[in-house]
Design a binder for this molecule. Structure first.
Ligand SMILES: NC(=O)c1ccc[n+]([C@@H]2O[C@H](COP(=O)([O-])OP(=O)(O)OC[C@H]3O[C@@H](n4cnc5c(N)ncnc54)[C@H](O)[C@@H]3O)[C@@H](O)[C@H]2O)c1
Length: 393
């Protein structure tokens, strides 16, 4: 007898929710049967657009009344932990967006509720679920570059597609600038994005753990600028254009540098890209919004360089991105893969490869960057107190 489909309820129907929906809708063992948003009209429109039977404006009511097995949390960051705890206590499996929490302490509380309820939790760290990165990890684990020793991350401008595919976004997205709701204090952009970069810094250095960070702060040259049309961010008064990190293994280290319109700089290399240096080779790989990794005058998505061998180039043509003018399919392949990963973990009773604890660790690293900027010195990850928040007065 064909097993029952796993029923999913999505709460928070903003920018990222449509990418999540695609994940479940395209999985043979899952279906989205309920949606919830504070904005009733938005929830109705989403439900009728995708033919979803149950519509709610109250999360508690959806948990109580909807016949669902999984809750997909795509609400603003300050709601992730309270909604995860409620879902776990209601016996629902969880797919929760990043940043998973705003402090280590609140994150660990959610992990405990998940453990006690025996449900599965995947934190939607889409950066470790995109095809180009998974290929890079595979090559590294196959020993193609020898021992990976150094990571260099570069963030250039994110350029939008002429006509983004993503469905209508809420007009009101100022939570992203709010010190407490975003969790970022005076660094909301940094907090919201740096969790991605640290997840990548560990994913592409198998077995290595970040132990210390140092943030370089800077004033921003020139006039304030706006970022991507769909985001409310503008140039910050104090920027963190560069930060470095050490791993517990003293042979290994990394750096991240940002040059794009929001911090008054130019770079021809678009979006996010990572270079992994080994003792016998190098991998260059594009990520979110990536473009202009060239070899032989052609656009590449990943290049493998090995000592005294011809470089090997890779492209992962998955139809391009729904939001960015980039061949790398981040919106929505990254999100599609993380949602389907949860469904597979439930059906096969396997452990998620990006868990709540991983989400808490990435937040701890991001908070260490902000603490380092505040204190003007290197900060060990372990120094980040469980109750420390970036918005604490
Ligand atoms: N992994 C990624 O690439 C990625 C991309 C974008 C956003 N995100 C994360 O996803 C989360 C959502 O971001 P977004 O950009 O989609 O936000 P958004 O502002 O576009 O949408 C949030 C939605 O949540 C709804 N909402 C707010 N409070 C609610 C409540 N109590 N109950 C029900 N609905 C509620 C709002 O009405 C809105 O429709 C954030 O944590 C963000 O960091 C991750």
């Amino acid at each position: 007898m064909r097993p029952e489909k796993i029923k999913v309820g999505i709460v928070g129907l903003g920018l990222v929710s449509a990418s999540h929906y695609k994940g479940y809708a395209g999985h043979p063992g899952a279906e989205v049967t309920a949606v919830c948003d504070l904005e009733g009209e938005r929830a109705e429109r989403f439900a009728s657009a995708f033919g979803i039977p149950q519509v709610y404006t109250s999360y508690d009511e959806m948990l109580e009344k909807a016949h669902i097995d999984v809750v997909d949390i795509a609400t603003p960051t300050f709601l992730h932990v309270p909604m995860t705890v409620k879902a776990a206590r209601a016996g629902k499996h969880i797919h929760c967006e990043k940043p998973f929490c705003r402090s280590v302490g609140e994150g660990l509380t959610a992990c405990q509720a998940v453990r006690e309820s025996g449900v599965k939790l995947v934190v939607s760290e889409s950066y470790v679920f995109i095809t180009s990165r998974m290929k890079a990890r595979q090559l590294i684990e196959a020993g193609e570059i020898g021992r990976p020793l150094q990571v260099r991350q570069r963030l250039g401008p994110w350029i939008e597609r002429e006509r983004p595919v993503a469905h209508i976004r809420p007009a009101e997205r100022t939570w992203r600038l709010d010190a407490e709701k975003s969790g970022g204090g005076e660094y909301p952009w940094i907090f919201d994005h740096v969790v991605h970069f640290f997840a990548t810094a560990e994913y592409l250095m198998p077995g290595e753990v970040v132990s210390e960070v140092y943030a370089v702060t800077s004033t921003v040259h020139g006039t304030a600028r706006a970022g991507a049309r769909h985001d409310p961010y503008s140039t910050a008064a104090i920027d963190i254009p560069i930060y470095t990190w050490k791993y517990e293994n003293p042979d290994c280290q990394g750096l991240w540098a940002r040059a794009e319109r929001l911090n008054g700089k130019y770079d021809y290399m678009r979006g996010f890209s990572t270079t992994i240096i080994g003792d016998r080779g190098v991998i260059e790989v594009l990520g979110e919004g990536g473009h202009n990794l060239l070899w032989d005058g052609r656009q590449q998505h990943l290049i493998l360089h090995r000592e005294s061998k011809e470089p090997v180039c890779f492209r992962f043509d998955e139809g391009g991105d729904d939001v960015w003018d980039s061949d790398i399919c981040y919106y929505s392949q990254g999100h599609i893969s993380s949602t389907r990963h949860l469904i597979d973990c439930i059906r096969q009773d396997t452990q998620p490869r990006y868990s709540g604890e991983d989400g808490v660790h990435a937040v701890q690293c991001a908070l260490a960057v902000i603490l380092s900027a505040q204190r003007g010195r290197p900060v060990r990850i372990g120094e980040v107190d469980p109750d420390y928040t970036a918005y604490a007065k």
